[in-house]
Design a protein around this ligand. Structure first.
Ligand code: DPP
Ligand code: ZN
Length: 876
């Protein structure tokens, strides 16, 4: 396998200023792509080669011409990866004609078929599947694209930018020409030719320009697009208000497609969305779907500046656009929903996805130093940890300076392809903070651990905190250097008040919450005028993506849970309280001791429930126990069944102790009136459905009756899904009928069928492995559709009990399906293969079975590069 290294980056040998594409969609099986490129040698490239080398992938080059003259066969050659043209001039026009095969394109990169027509995805390296090109983001050109297709079958023809011409052609065909006024990298190119319906709106920018917004969906789905269109306008307004950034196009198009490898794609002026992340209607979408769609629409729109106007020099810089855009998306969500809940959810996401990745064989820095397949690096490290790194800079320089830094970044780099260093440099300069050491966050992988110890001295009324940071070794990085990071904290007095924070040597207190800057491996901070031994509230708002190790006792955690003014740390205290007891439970179970939980746990959770009225959404988060993967992360050797059983035991314990309160809350937090996905009502539903899930763990008839009633009567998908998931985990006679009825009711709504597949695959009940195997043969399932794969196999992969079934049957199923998928869609397959990568963390029995599965994959002839990279690193 060949590895690409950041250190080997060289500027492109040629630059392209203009691209003219003529895409003739002859039929589902074939398209002819004629390209005209204005090329010149790059003056910045060292030692310019005589030959031109263009990237290609699974396309057939038919002819090559330079400046209007055909290039003879001897002067050009195409192998599997490159088209080479010998002895080219310094500046010239290159014409190529290429054939592509959309129907055979099951990788869904480049131009492919889906639903009622042709769609495209080019990020990261898909443009080379359309036409020969210098397919790298630092080659930015102006594009004109002309599409030709059958008019009746494909009435809608779209590409980036503005439509500058269209007309009819002989044989019932038509054409349209699109011109994008902005130079862009090839990964932002997009085309659509399909039978779609659309709705229109417009957005007036604050400078008074009008942008026409248009959303395109498959016929019959127009009633599912209104919400996304509202989100788009909201996001446009938000970016003007928060960052002073306006939409720069006259036309902004959004298209929904059912077959899509990613969630969505920010193509310039032509965003293409997976239907799952853009179509919504209360009866088929949950509150979670609505908020995810809102955030994704905003995310893709925000890319127009952070990604498109300023793009990445190379794919090692992916987090330049993704980390920054996820951060902006998080700010948007915090402004739009509950700030505390948005933060809690982002951190839970980080802990369930990124922390395990950072502790496994695929661990990589936010800016990776090497890769084999860039598609394997659209990771939670690049996205989520990347966003945390941007957030830390925001914390270190403060919101106003951060905004100045972003302004400076655009001022300097608009229209350029740059590196993460340029972003840091702009914030550094605007913020007046030295970020030299901070840059290590982009270079070092692994989750740092902060060990915090304290000492209170009554005589001098001083409180000393010592903070030691340590970052574990990761592949290729045995030793780490200390990193610069913010540590936000407060100190709580015994009566619950927050103490003024005065550091020794400082003239006045800093207020009751402050941000300390950590630089050295160990830092000691001494607070004075501290009247009594405080409880520290550490890492407020989750100020850095680290693990904080402080020996909290039960009383300290209860104190924080009751009094901390930082809502994130109030939530965190509850999580720690539960986690300590869960880990104790796992140890007790392993030692053959009974697993029991103390009454104070029930009391603490009971108080959260009793106080839920003020903020039900927060209460729902606070009552949710740490996820199984997060518990597992804390263990030396994982026995997933033990983790599940102990967590389940805690849920049952709480359900029993809090039964009456849960039952009352279930009635009390009903949301009468028409459905609305707003923060308030979705918070009430989240809490109520959490109460239902707790009650269902008691396995009593009353809860089951409530649950079935809710499933029957639900006026929205949130309540229906909550009930269905609970039933799916309940070994009762009504179960199968409920699941079958749900499928029968929704069989014609693919997105709801996906939910049903997901619920079946996530059931912890025995028989799930066989059921999932059966569903792989169900007419509703196909390996060709990524959403179906994610719904069934992706959900199964996170099923800690059944995927990890001790007999290895879950592994066997995943192995077979991954191999079958690998020849269809290797990008999606390698994500399934990643389910095995952390095998070393498991107890010996499962470890051996997982390893055998990886070895089996590794020795499969013809395995894709995508999957090879994952198994190679896992087995290394
Ligand atoms: N579609 C992906 C995203 O928006 C890749 N750019 O994050
Ligand atoms: Zn993105």
């Amino acid at each position: 396998p060949s590895t690409v290294y950041l250190k080997d980056y060289r500027p492109p040998a040629f630059l392209v200023s203009e691209v003219e594409l003529d895409i003739d969609l002859l039929g589902e099986d074939e398209a002819r792509v004629a390209a005209r490129l204005a090329l010149q040698r790059n003056p910045a490239a060292p030692r310019p080669p005589a030959d031109l080398e263009l990237d290609i992938d699974e396309i057939a080059v038919e002819s090559v011409a330079i400046d209007g003259q055909p290039v003879g066969d001897g002067r050009w050659a195409a192998d599997a990866r490159h088209l080479t043209v010998k002895d080219v001039p310094a500046a010239f026009e290159l014409r190529t004609v290429t054939r592509i095969r959309p129907r055979q394109n099951t990788k869904l990169m480049g131009i492919y078929l889906s639903g009622t027509g042709f769609f495209s995805l080019c990020e990261a390296e898909g443009f080379r599947r359309i036409t020969p090109f210098l397919d790298r983001p630092d080659v930015m050109a102006r594009y004109t694209a002309t599409l030709h297709a059958d008019k009746a079958r494909y009435p809608v023809l779209l590409a980036n930018g503005n439509c500058v011409g269209q007309g009819d052609e002989a044989g019932g065909r038509h054409w349209a020409r699109w011109r994008d006024p902005f130079p862009k990298p090839s990964y932002l190119f997009a085309v659509v030719a399909a039978d779609l319906e659309s709705c229109q709106d417009r957005f007036r920018t604050r400078s008074g320009r009008d942008a026409q917004l248009q959303c395109f969906v498959e016929p019959g789905k127009l009633d599912q697009i209104a919400f996304a269109l509202e989100s788009l306008k909201h996001a446009m307004k938000w970016d003007e208000d928060r960052y002073g950034l306006e939409i720069d196009l006259d036309e902004y198009n959004v298209v929904a497609v059912g077959d899509f490898n990613a969630g969505a794609m920010e193509n310039k002026g032509l965003n293409i969305f997976n239907t799952k992340l853009v179509l919504a209607r209360p009866d088929i979408s949950t509150d979670w779907d609505f908020s995810f769609i809102d955030r994704t629409v905003a995310h893709e729109y925000f890319h127009n500046w952070t990604g498109n106007r300023v793009t990445c020099r190379d794919w090692f810089q992916l987090s330049l656009k993704e980390g920054l855009t996820v951060f902006r998306e998080q700010q948007y969500a915090a402004d739009r929903y509950s700030r505390a809940v948005a933060r809690i959810q982002a951190v839970r996401n980080l802990r369930t996805g990124q922390f395990p990745e950072d502790a496994g064989p695929m661990a990589h820095p936010v800016r990776p130093a090497s890769y084999q397949q860039v598609s394997n690096f659209y990771t939670s490290t690049v996205y989520q940890k990347g966003a945390e790194v941007v957030r830390m800079m925001h914390t270190l320089v403060g919101p106003e300076n951060f905004r100045k830094g972003i302004d400076l970044y655009f001022q300097r780099h608009d229209g350029q392809a740059v590196t993460t260093d340029e972003l840091v440099a702009a914030i550094e300069q605007a913020g007046g903070v030295d970020l030299a050491q901070f840059r290590l966050w982009y270079e070092q992988a692994g989750t740092p651990r902060l060990t915090v110890r304290d000492r209170y001295d009554e005589a001098s009324r001083s409180y000393e905190l010592s903070v030691t940071q340590q970052c574990p070794p990761t592949p290729g990085q045995p030793a780490k250097r200390p990193m610069h990071m913010p540590l936000a904290l407060g100190l709580l007095a015994p009566d619950g008040r927050e103490l003024p924070l005065r550091l020794q040597g400082e003239a006045a207190p800093r207020g009751t919450s402050t941000v300390l800057s950590l630089h050295a491996e160990t830092e000691v901070f001494r607070f004075i005028d501290v009247p009594a031994r405080p409880v520290p509230s550490l890492g407020r708002g989750f100020s850095a993506p680290v693990v904080i190790d402080y020996p909290y006792d039960e009383a300290g955690l209860q104190h924080l849970l009751s009094y901390d003014s930082d809502s994130f740390n109030r939530w965190e205290a509850g999580q720690r309280l539960a986690m300590n007891l869960l880990l104790q439970g796992v140890a007790d179970r392993a030692a053959g001791r009974p697993v029991q939980f103390p009454e104070y746990l029930a009391q603490a959770f009971g108080r959260v429930l009793a106080d839920a009225e003020a903020d039900p959404a927060f209460a729902a988060e606070a009552l949710a126990l740490p996820p199984e993967v997060v518990i597992a992360e804390q263990l030396g050797q994982i026995d997933p069944l033990a983790v599940h059983q102990v967590r389940f035991a805690m849920r049952s314990f709480l359900a029993e102790r809090l039964h009456d309160g849960l039952r009352r809350a279930y009635d009390h937090f009903a949301t009468p009136g028409p459905y609305s996905p707003d923060a308030q009502s979705s918070g009430r539903r989240a809490l109520r459905n959490l109460c239902l899930a707790f009650l269902m763990d008691l396995r009593d008839a009353d809860a089951r009756r409530l649950c079935l009633q809710q499933l029957e009567a639900a006026g929205n998908m949130t309540d229906a899904m909550a009930a269905l998931s609970a039933i799916a985990n309940c070994d009762c006679p009504e179960r199968r009928a409920a699941l079958d009825a749900f499928h029968a009711k929704w069989r014609d709504e693919p997105l709801v069928v996906d939910k049903w597949l997901g619920v079946e695959a996530q059931s912890r009940l025995p028989g799930t492995v066989e059921r999932v195997r059966e569903l792989t043969r169900h007419p509703a399932f196909t390996l060709k559709n990524p959403n179906k794969v994610y719904a069934l196999l992706g959900s199964f992969g996170v099923n800690q009990v059944q995927f990890h079934a001790a007999d290895g049957s879950g592994y066997q199923l995943m192995l077979e399906q991954s191999l079958a998928l690998d020849v269809v869609n290797p990008q999606v397959a390698s994500r399934m293969v990643r389910n095995f990568e952390r095998y070393r963390r498991f107890e010996p029995g499962r470890q051996a079975l997982m390893r055998a599965a990886l070895e089996r994959i590794a020795t499969t002839p013809g395995l894709s590069k995508e999957s090879s990279e994952v198994v190679g690193k896992a087995l290394a």
